[in-house]
Design a protein around this ligand. Sequence first.
Ligand SMILES: NC(=O)c1ccc[n+]([C@@H]2O[C@H](COP(=O)([O-])OP(=O)(O)OC[C@H]3O[C@@H](n4cnc5c(N)ncnc54)[C@H](OP(=O)(O)O)[C@@H]3O)[C@@H](O)[C@H]2O)c1
Length: 316
Amino acid sequence: MIWLIGCKGMLGSEVAKQLEEKKLPWVGTDKEVDITDPQALLDFTNKIETAAYFPSDLRRADRKIRWIINCSAYTNVDKAEEEVELAEKLNATGPLNIARLARSIGAKLIHISTDYVFDGQGNQPYTEDMPKAPLGVYGRTKAAGEDAIMKEMNTYYIIRTAWLYGFDGKNFVYTMTRAMNSHEQVRVVNDQMGTPTYAPDLAAAILRFIEKSENAKSFFGKNSAPAYGIYHFTNEGQTNWHEFASEIYRLGRKYGHITNDCRVDACTTEEYGAKVQRPAYSVLSKAKISKALKIKIPEWQVSLEKFVKSERFRTE
Ligand SMILES: NC(=O)c1ccc[n+]([C@@H]2O[C@H](COP(=O)([O-])OP(=O)(O)OC[C@H]3O[C@@H](n4cnc5c(N)ncnc54)[C@H](OP(=O)(O)O)[C@@H]3O)[C@@H](O)[C@H]2O)c1
């Protein structure tokens, strides 16, 4: 049984969809099982593993929680600067509680983290072993969540991602599409480099960790399961927010989501005057995850077009 925490979020809802499509035994919770409350997590575990919680015909063996996927988090980067305590509770204490529980019940944990654990001062794709140096509250609390998991248990996969967008949730693609439909001009920064991530691509990688681990074979004492640890996942390639916005405009026009004429102007971060400092360069190296999962990650433009042309794309 897989327990998906944060199943109603932008990424969580995509993982839920794919779990359903693959007919894997899973259960999802969101805010109603509060990750900041260890007792609530334990109570839910007991309910799943012991009681007749499901009216379905799940076999008893399937009720044992073998995997926990944590997609819940505090994700508002700007607001985190004011709601420091809440961000800490959700991004640091929550993962600690989940890791403790996972260890106590012998479950493996997949946890999602962020490029914001880096300061973005580099100019080469960040590898997993590079030192963390978060700039703001969001990055600092997410880094603390990673540390708590690593201290608490060994059987974890921490997947750092960046610039995430998906069908169910607030994201840059929807925000830009709406703005481009209602304004004659938008201004977007062109001095922050990174790579967008299409939530269904990331969800597929998450489930692949489970499949590869469950189907792993041991040859001459060598296990073929992906090694536990930290991995990076975004789409392939690199861009800046202005170029990303320009591509959203082009595709939005092509597929009829943007009917307005809008100029997409570039500006610097300084000119834009953002509240929170963001990493200037946050391209993540995907070499480790591609090799471990034996996957070819799609280029960001390819996945963006899939998103925009999908019937599920809706900005209201
Ligand atoms: N979005 C990005 O651009 C981005 C970039 C890099 C990394 N990430 C990471 O990717 C992961 C998924 O992000 P996302 O954008 O899908 O997040 P999201 O849409 O904000 O989803 C998080 C979910 O967690 C729920 N939640 C809040 N408090 C909770 C609690 N106390 N207990 C249980 N659940 C709770 C939220 O409910 P409410 O919505 O009702 O609060 C929401 O459904 C996060 O770890 C995030 O840090 C995101």
